[in-house]
Design a protein around this ligand. Structure first.
Ligand code: SF4
Length: 351
């Protein structure tokens, strides 16, 4: 039996990607960092899940766990990650290497660090295709040209022989997308794919991702600190704070009826079309907690304005779980009525 066959365990039919009670801990000189704690979510084929949170919220760590890219000597991973019928947290290195670039691929924030400056764009795209598809050099070059054309690079037959430094920032990001999609992956993880780009190019890249996804049916995880980025791109949103999910739902649910005080904070820190240019943005007050010693109770309580309403003792001592179990849910002890009243007052204040 091959290693791959040994890794395959049968699970009930369900979502394309299913993360269950995931925990990721790193050993450091200062102690154990609890980077992800009890995270569960599902992703359906052909849809985009936006994972949103400040840096250190655990969103990138979660995706490195899906990709199997953590250092096994210093990382402890608990829970389960199911990619259809395959469980990934127990998969060996060879299995994960086969999956990466082939069934799962990644688009990084900064293509300059992800692309080698020493090889042409075409060679780098073609190498991924050759490695996973056993294609000849000629086939790989033709595929690279086809992919550059699909991502909107002009004169792809010429550009294929250019080096990354000869591309603009936006074109490099398009080339990264071409490389990520060259093997028609089932899942693409895009980690802050547009942060380094100006606003116009950012919108073009997000539109491109969406268009390609509609053509291929690929599932996408879009990691970002910016709720505005997911508004037009994602189907569902998962808001993370201190390694835990604090709110999840469809884009419409989370953006039009946000329920968690942290999501309210993220929304009020976003510029709005209706605001005057000099209207001050309101960042979430305070700073994220240290994951070496996360606060007891609700991890957001040191920054939250509402423990007195929800029950200060409860907020400071008992960790809220996300509820309800399916659909639009959040991890906060405020009642739905209190949340609606607070949100209505916030909107009236901003009107
Ligand atoms: Fe704030 Fe309490 Fe809700 Fe946490 S559980 S977000 S501290 S009100």
């Amino acid at each position: 039996m091959s290693n791959l066959e040994q890794q395959v365990t049968t699970s009930p039919p369900g979502p394309f990607l299913s993360v269950r009670d995931l925990s990721v801990e790193f050993s450091t000189e200062d102690g154990i960092v609890h980077a992800v704690d009890g995270l569960s979510f599902d992703l359906r084929k052909g849809t985009t899940l936006g994972i949103v949170g400040e840096s250190g919220s655990g969103k990138s760590v979660t995706n490195l766990a899906i990709l199997g890219l953590h250092d096994p000597d210093h990382t402890k991973i608990g829970g389960e990650i199911w990619l259809e019928d395959r469980e990934l947290t127990g998969a060996d290195r060879a299995t994960m290497e086969r999956l990466r670039g082939n069934r799962i691929s990644m688009i990084f924030q900064d293509p300059l660090t992800a692309l080698s400056p020493f090889h042409t764009i075409g060679r780098q795209i073609g190498e991924v295709y050759r490695k996973h598809r056993g294609a000849s050099k000629k086939e790989a070059r033709e595929r690279a040209i086809e992919m550059l054309s699909r991502v909107g690079i002009p004169q792809p037959a010429t550009r294929v022989d250019h080096y990354p430094h000869e591309f603009s920032g936006g074109m490099r990001q398009r080339a990264m997308i071409a490389m990520a999609l060259v093997c028609d992956p089932d899942l693409v993880i895009a980690d802050e794919p547009t942060t380094a780009l100006d606003v116009t190019v950012q919108a073009q890249i997000l539109d491109l991702l969406k268009e390609l996804q509609q053509q291929t049916g690929t599932a996408v995880i879009l990691i970002t600190h910016d709720l505005g980025v997911v508004a037009n791109t994602a189907d569902d949103i998962l808001v993370m704070y201190a390694g835990r999910a604090v709110e999840r739902g469809t884009v419409r649910e989370v953006l039009t009826e946000p329920r968690h005080p942290y999501t309210w904070g993220l929304l009020s820190s976003m510029p709005r079309l209706t605001s005057s240019v000099d209207a001050p943005l309101k960042p979430v007050r305070g700073t994220p907690p240290s994951l070496l010693s996360p606060p007891p109770g609700c991890p957001f309580h040191p920054r939250c304005d509402y423990p007195e309403l929800a029950g200060p003792e409860l907020c400071r001592t008992q960790r809220p779980e996300i509820s309800p179990a399916t659909g639009h849910g959040d991890a906060c002890y405020l009642s739905l009525r209190q949340k609606t009243e607070i949100r209505t007052a916030q909107i009236e204040d901003h009107a």
